[in-house]
Write a protein that binds this ligand. Sequence first.
Ligand code: HEM
Length: 399
Amino acid sequence: MGISYDLSAPEVRADPWALYAALRDEPGVHRVGPVDHFLVARYADVVEALERVDDFSSLEMANQLGPIDALGSLMGVEARDLPPTIISSDNPVHNRLRLIMQGRFSPRAVAKIEGPVRELTDALIASILEKGECDLVRDFTIPLPVIVIAQLLGIEEERFEDFKRWSDALIAIANARGAERQTHLAEITQLVQYFLAMAERRRSEPSDDLISVLIEAEREGDRISTPEVLAFAVLLMVAGNETTTNLIGGMVEAFMEFPEQLGKLVADPSLTRRAVEEGLRYCSPVQGLFRNATRDVELAGTTVPQGAPLMVCYASANRDPAVFEEPDRFDIERDARRHVAFGRGLHFCLGANLARREARIAIEKLLPLLPRFRRTRDERDWVDSWFLRGPKTLPLALD
Ligand code: HEM
């Protein structure tokens, strides 16, 4: 079978790594589908594209990310006319937005939620133990980040179920058409109404949550507009959920595929921090994101024409043998810190400290169970996306 250049093709979804390897073997920037765009595959070229922020703009992100598009539909405007979000803006807008939220995601700020995240993880594991079997994705890797970000945003506990549904709709809308899209839009409308009402409450009664941080910035003058508050809150919901879910699920799969690595971690749990970095490299939960050329730009010897969309493929860079020896081997003892799973430079993941902490706690707490887990179904399925990657389900029994 020839190599397909369509990232959404079933054989590529099942094994994107073969395609990335083939693309890395060819110098330059490649054209791929499903929507015709360029893709940059080698580590050095990915880093270069991310660092050349004047040549490669992040405005393209608004056209590629479904949820943002959905917000546009709700407001009756094209995605490109929406207020910029932190991830889909260039400077000076980007810095203005990033400064508002940066402090809340610093290592010190994130360390404060260690206790609640541990408690939540214990509760999720207790219910798995009680049942003796689970779909680890449904029962653990999805609820953990969803509940954490809901708590940080200040969502009331009794709305967590709604929040989860809204959050699912935000992800699912990217691939939905017709009636299905309308159903998701209805959910997202509820979410928007909820956030608007919540913002209103926080204006008169500020609290310690992330919505209050946004409202405080709004109050201070022209730091952020009300539509930007809404878009920021939605982005925080989306950016941190499926990504962290995919990381934890992907790592559990990797440990099942490489049982000797699990043995090493069981023998020395102090390797957890390293294991999470290797998990980020090996799984690359976000396989790639988008930029567009601000003019005709040379990259890796290819001209990317002005306006052309470019996918920076973090996943391919993370398996580049020029940087990582035997890149297809999951090896928790390697020093994987040069990975670009969180991007690089200006748009480096705002939630990286939070994601790392959640993953570390999850793996640490799951560790006693991991050797006892047995797959109850051999077939694999993957999340419905060609730029996010992780197991869609993980049905397991406890031996
Ligand atoms: C394993 C989990 C995660 C992965 C793999 C991941 C990956 C990424 C990547 C690759 C970018 C760079 C975007 C670019 O280059 O344009 C990014 C940006 C971002 N991430 Fe994450 N992310 C994760 C978790 C989180 C969490 C938990 C949050 C917050 C709750 C979050 C919030 C953001 C935000 C707000 C940005 C935009 C930053 C900016 O543009 O300055 N992410 N993430």
